[in-house]
Design a protein around this ligand. Sequence first.
Ligand code: RB5
Length: 144
Amino acid sequence: MTKEIIALAGDHGGYALKVILKSFLVESGFDVLDLGCDGMESVDYPDFADAMADVIKQNKAGRGVLVCGSGIGISIAANRYSHIRAALIHDRLTAELSRRHNNANIIVMGGRVIGPDVAIDCLKAFLNTTFEGGRHQRRIDKMS
Ligand code: RB5
């Protein structure tokens, strides 16, 4: 069976969390497309949101994970793209709802605001929850 490819990107504020989430994804059997950044040196989060939008557009990955310090900047940057539905998540329920109701293709978390165990729990919920469609699809269509 083909492994799902998950893209992963973030700035220096999310770097430590990105390392943890990458290990989780690899250990869980996903193929990971790591778009950087590659360390704690200060970088600009819009560049990594742009890189994520590119790989999703080109179908190099179906879904992605974005991280920055708060999660706010990189989610704002990613949601400028009409093919991106990036959900800034802080708990399992909203992670599930982002998939079930919003068909989010990107989960966003803040490396300075969420602990690693909660972040992994959110990521599991995001990966394992399917979109309900129906009335939710109609609402998404209104944003396209
Ligand atoms: C970087 O210091 C920080 O501003 C960034 O990671 C993010 O939190 C912005 O929203």
